[in-house]
Design a protein around this ligand. Structure first.
Ligand code: MBD
Ligand code: FE
Length: 311
């Protein structure tokens, strides 16, 4: 049995009433979006003959998702966050703004407030037996190739268990472990001394992984390092790189991998002199090219709820 009621006057009136579409509010944009989203849901129920049992399974899933605090994680896993990047890339292309370091998703695990150092910072606070030392360094330039002074480069990544400080279910990490920020000088250079990360996996019993299981998907990411690069004179860059050689590089559950974001990992010695835990270390050079403001504004600034230390 498959009834079709979506186009009836009764249902169309119901959608308008439920979103107060013809009513005056201060939020016409919100009304418009909600009317469209609820309409699309109703239409899908009609088209696919989605049963009441299936609808309630979905409603209950949303409750569980919220309880787990995983809505932003699911957004990454369903490609929603990647989709927003695809749209921003297309907008840049339309206005002829190209050539900067490619953006890729922020993800849900940023934590604001890392101390800002000049040029260089060591960000591994807790010992991690299973992680070797790495140096991540490079230069921040504009599209003209000139170094950008006073840029803030923020970096955050996981430990050898794939866990991030402030979000570590084992409680093993200190605040701001493997998170840091540096301010560039006139040479535009930045450097992070830290430990090699391992890829993240969704909480195995969480609601995101539950959904991925139903789709026959895994919930893992290759090893990666996140960055924000901000500068008064340029647009904020949100990006990451992957650790070369990770088998999941082209199988990221969050779809963040891009060809240009897989720098070479080079074996070096001399780590002891840099204050690293071993003399042998891995060196990753990753330069950032920032793009100019658009009509004086940062049109790619994204506002979203981000965790931060209590003021
Ligand atoms: C991560 O570390 C991450 O970067 C994303 C996008 C999702 C979950 C965990
Ligand atoms: Fe991450």
């Amino acid at each position: 049995m498959s009834v079709k009621v979506f186009q009836t006057r009764e249902v169309q009136d119901l959608l308008k009433a439920a979103t107060n579409l013809d009513g005056e509010t201060n939020n016409p944009r919100f009304q418009q979006i909600l009317h469209r989203l609820v309409s699309d849901l109703f239409k899908a129920i009609d088209d696919l003959n989605i049963t009441p049992d299936e609808v309630w399974a979905g409603v209950n899933y949303l409750n569980r998702l919220g309880k787990d605090g995983e809505a932003a994680l699911l957004a990454a896993g369903l490609g929603l966050e990647k989709y927003l990047d695809i749209r921003m890339d297309a907008e840049d292309k339309e206005i002829g703004l190209q050539g900067g370091t490619p953006r890729t998703i922020e993800g849900p695990l940023y934590y604001a407030g890392a101390p800002v150092r000049d040029g260089v910072t060591k960000i591994d606070i807790n010992p991690d037996e299973d992680a070797g030392p790495i140096v991540i360094r490079g230069t921040v330039t504009g599209l003209d190739g000139q170094p950008v002074a006073d840029a803030i480069v923020e970096c955050w990544h996981a430990n050898s268990k794939g866990f991030y400080s402030h979000f570590d279910p084992t409680g093993a990490q200190s605040d701001f472990n493997l998170r840091g920020a540096v301010k560039t000088g006139a040479d535009g250079k930045y450097e992070f001394r830290t430990l090699m990360p391992v890829g993240y996996g969704c909480p195995p019993h969480g609601s995101t992984q539950q959904l991925l299981n139903l789709l026959g998907r895994h919930g893992n990411r290759p090893a990666h390092v996140h960055f924000f690069v901000t500068s008064d004179s340029h647009r904020k860059l949100t990006t990451q790189f992957n650790i070369e050689g990770d088998p999941l590089i082209w199988d990221d559950f969050a779809y963040a991998t891009r060809e240009e974001l897989i720098p070479h990992v080079v074996d070096k010695t001399g780590g002891t002199a840099l204050g690293l835990k071993d003399d042998a270390y891995k060196d990753i050079e990753f330069n950032f090219t920032l793009t100019p403001l658009v009509e004086g504004k940062d049109n790619q600034m994204v506002n979203r709820l981000r965790a931060a230390a209590a003021a």
